[in-house]
Design a protein around this ligand. Structure first.
Ligand code: SKM
Length: 293
């Protein structure tokens, strides 16, 4: 693969760090003829833009919000089993006149925990949120046999997602509910925050704001979370209000930087058959974050 085009489609897309991250990975492997750029693509333009990319000889694309689910409405791609079950694709591979679809978000979350030294085997996982990211992550861990509780402000949405995951994986230890109390945090070994809380206008908002305060919040946090792993998939800011409180309460915290890196590294491997240097990718993301903030 001497020269090839790659990119990420999304709407909006300006915030994406995938271009700097993948460019660094290509350069480190001496694949300087490969380019990776961000493209603004509205949902209604997705089909024609993918056909255009295929015609222009693209090798691979990432899809981000809100296109991962949108692509499933088209007949353009052949999704693998996991992305079909997830109902979302974040990686397209153009090969032999076909377009294959994959979803690397769930495995990206798994690898992030593994990288941080957190063993997930047999652990009880609490997932906060019931949107697209929660769907891929829950599906991945349900398939690994983990026991999961999915909680969301709208309890019915979490319940629906949990029911769907039970049906698709046969793992009956998956349940859903509202953000109703501290027990869910107390019972879990690992907590994964998958919503946009803590980002942009929601910068100061923490999941803990939604829970009943029966005594000082700092006490509740350390009682329920000390020594546990708390992972927030948000990477900008590098520490959300939720993650800060969890860290101050004695939890081991992980932000979303490595999640971006690992989902991207998995895409990279699908496209090129080569393992990129995740250290190089991480460095590129951290430098870009510093520049932007
Ligand atoms: O799933 C990933 C996607 O592959 C790339 C991305 C980005 O560039 O911000 C974010 C996630 O949706």
């Amino acid at each position: 693969m001497k020269k090839c085009k790659f990119g990420v489609f999304g709407f909006p897309i300006e915030h994406s760090l995938s271009p700097v991250m993948h460019t660094a990975a290509f350069n480190a492997l001496g694949m300087t003829g490969c380019e990776y750029k961000a493209y603004t693509v509205r949902p209604e333009e997705l089909k024609e833009e993918i056909i255009k990319a295929q015609t222009e000889g693209f090798c691979g694309l990432n899809l981000t919000i809100p296109l991962k689910e949108k692509i499933m409405e088209t007949d353009l791609i052949e999704p693998d089993d996991f992305s079909k079950k997830a109902g979302a694709v974040n990686t397209l591979h153009f090969k032999d006149g076909k377009i294959y679809g994959y979803n690397t978000d769930g495995e990206g979350a798994f690898k992030t925990l593994e990288y941080a030294g957190c063993q997930t085997n047999g652990k009880k996982i609490l997932i906060i949120g019931a949107g697209g990211a929660a769907r891929s992550i829950s599906l991945f861990f349900a398939e690994q046999g983990n026991s999961l509780k999915i909680i969301n402000r709208t309890a019915e949405k979490a319940q629906r997602l949990a029911d769907e995951i039970v049906e698709k994986t046969g793992n009956k230890n998956v349940s859903g509910g509202g953000l109703s109390g501290w027990n869910d945090f107390d019972r879990a070994d690992i907590i994964i925050q998958t919503t946009a809380l803590g980002m942009g206008e929601l910068k100061e908002v923490s999941v803990f704001d939604e829970l009943p305060a029966t005594k000082p919040r700092t006490e509740l946090i350390s009682e329920c979370l000390a020594g546990k792993t708390v992972f927030d998939i948000v990477y900008n800011p590098e520490e959300t209000a939720f993650l800060r409180e969890a860290r101050e309460g004695g939890a081991k915290t992980i932000n979303g930087v490595m999640m971006l890196v690992f989902q991207g590294a998995l895409s990279f491997e699908i496209w090129t058959g080569k393992k990129p240097d995740v250290g190089v990718m991480k460095k590129a993301v951290l430098e870009a974050l510093k520049e932007r903030n």
